[in-house]
Design a protein around this ligand. Structure first.
Ligand SMILES: Cc1cc2nc3c(=O)[nH]c(=O)nc-3n(C[C@H](O)[C@H](O)[C@H](O)COP(=O)(O)O)c2cc1C
Length: 210
């Protein structure tokens, strides 16, 4: 029995390709692994707040010294980190927005990258100041894009701050087993989009069946 955390970050509902495909992925996963437990978080339609001055003070103050104000400021972050750490597998839908992730997803990242919880900070170990604490996990990222050509060697490779950013930030926390599923060409529609969706569905079937 594994725990799967399913996260969507598109603000769109039925029209979202990433949301539809994470849903299909998780449905297929549940059929293949009926005893697995799925938790769902939607940061696209129910965004988490940005960090605040009190949040920062709380994150860098030992919990036993927290005032009630600091406790309150960090409460949701604690909950999100607990939820994140409890999972063995992640299935995350993330659109490309302006060559990076939507700001709602960045706000979620800012809530879960926490010193002492997901990353250790050891300033005296100059060879390895930051030590990842989220180990042994598996991640599937379904990324929707309006265009195509963002892959290595593609015409927009240098503008792709999406996949490299996600590899960096999740790797920083210790998650290195990441598989991307891309669904491209939303802006073109028609056959180009239909082909991209079919390709993504084939990859999902292969990954879940494995
Ligand atoms: C604010 C905004 C910015 C976008 N920026 C990009 C972009 O930089 N590159 C791209 O290929 N598509 C871009 N798109 C198109 C989306 O990536 C595309 O519509 C995708 O399908 C959205 O994901 P969803 O279908 O899950 O909602 C953008 C769309 C919006 C609304």
């Amino acid at each position: 029995m594994a725990r799967l955390l399913h996260i969507d970050s598109s603000p769109r509902g039925d029209r979202s390709h990433s949301r539809r495909l994470t849903g299909e992925f998780v449905d297929a996963w549940k059929q293949a692994h009926p005893t697995d437990i799925v938790t769902y978080r939607d940061v696209g339609q129910n965004p988490v707040p940005h960090v605040t001055e009190h949040w920062i003070a709380a994150a860098f103050t030992p919990p036993e010294q927290h005032t009630s104000q600091l406790q309150e400021a960090i409460r949701l972050s604690d909950l999100l980190v607990d939820e994140f750490l409890a999972a063995d597998i992640y299935v995350i839908g993330v659109p490309m927005y302006n060559f990076s992730v939507p700001s709602t997803f960045k706000a979620y990242i800012d809530q879960i990258v926490r010193i002492g919880r997901t990353v250790a900070f050891e300033p005296n170990d100059s060879a390895n100041v930051y030590k990842p604490l989220v180990l042994g996990k598996k991640m599937f990222i379904i990324e929707a894009r309006g265009d195509s050509g963002f892959q290595p060697g593609g015409r927009y490779e240098k503008m792709n701050h999406h996949d490299p950013y996600l590899v960096t930030i999740f790797g920083f926390m210790g998650i290195t087993d990441i598989t991307f599923i891309h669904v491209e060409n939303d802006e073109y529609g028609g056959q180009k989009l239909a082909d991209a969706i079919a390709t993504a569905r084939t990859k999902i079937a292969q990954l879940v069946g494995r």
